[in-house]
Design a protein. Structure first.
Length: 227
């Protein structure tokens, strides 16, 4: 079953000055990802990999084309609908974890559920379960600054998946980690992807990790091609 479909995407940025050319980032870009499939996107810096994830997550709108997640037309969502889509249908893992330093690990993981109005006791109980999934069950009452870089990223993965999304988007999730920690985090992502039958799109510069995915696509000259 196809979870994500992007068809004929274009993204053009207006010129910064009147006489400068505009930037045409994507041209007729197409992508399909099935349930249970992990797809890696690679490409040179500046190719638009993060910008593509922003379109898939309704953080930005394309100039032309469509994005569907299941039966949701992502490109037509209002800002309020887009926020609901991000809270309920996708999990997003950033290169930098963006944890809230004033809250505990348990509270950080629970935030997406608290934001949708889930009772605090229920949200924290679900967060405690996800701390077990990411092997941080003993760290729930620590604040983010008391955690290592790898632990912070594992926490951000738990936060992304606590809503039980159908689609996981990860933008260089191991980019700030040392080699050994990065491997552990990527292995965790693979396990959670498999255990929860996700459709996953992973942007990475690490070609070893990319080739451990089901497919590798290269973003170049505004289009995706098989790497």
């Amino acid at each position: 079953m196809t979870i994500l479909r992007a068809h004929a995407l274009e993204k053009t940025y207006a010129p910064l000055t009147p006489n400068a050319p505009g930037l045409n980032l994507f041209r007729d870009l197409n992508l399909e990802v099935a349930a249970g499939e992990m797809v890696a996107i690679v490409g040179e810096s500046g190719a638009g990999k993060s910008s593509l994830l922003h379109l898939l997550a309704a953080l930005d709108k394309p100039t032309a084309g469509t994005v569907f997640c299941g039966d949701i037309n992502v490109t037509t969502l209002t800002p309020k609908q887009a926020a609901t889509y991000r809270n309920r249908d996708i999990g997003y893992v950033w290169q930098f974890h963006y944890l809230l330093p004033e809250f505990t690990a348990l509270e950080n993981v629970a935030m997406p559920l608290l934001a949708r109005g889930t009772p605090r006791k229920q949200a924290l109980a679900e967060a405690a379960t996800w701390l077990i999934h990411v092997e941080l069950e003993g760290r729930g009452h620590h604040r983010s600054g008391e955690l290592s870089g790898g632990e912070q990223q594992r926490l951000s993965i738990a936060r992304a998946l606590i809503t039980r999304p159908k689609l996981l988007l990860a933008d260089e999730p191991t980019g700030d980690l040392d080699t050994l920690t990065a491997d552990r985090v990527f292995t965790l992502l693979q396990r959670l992807h498999r255990d929860h039958a996700l459709a996953s799109v992973l942007v990475t510069h690490n070609l070893d990790f990319a080739h451990r995915c089901d497919r590798v696509l290269r973003l170049r000259n505004g289009c995706l091609t098989t790497a």
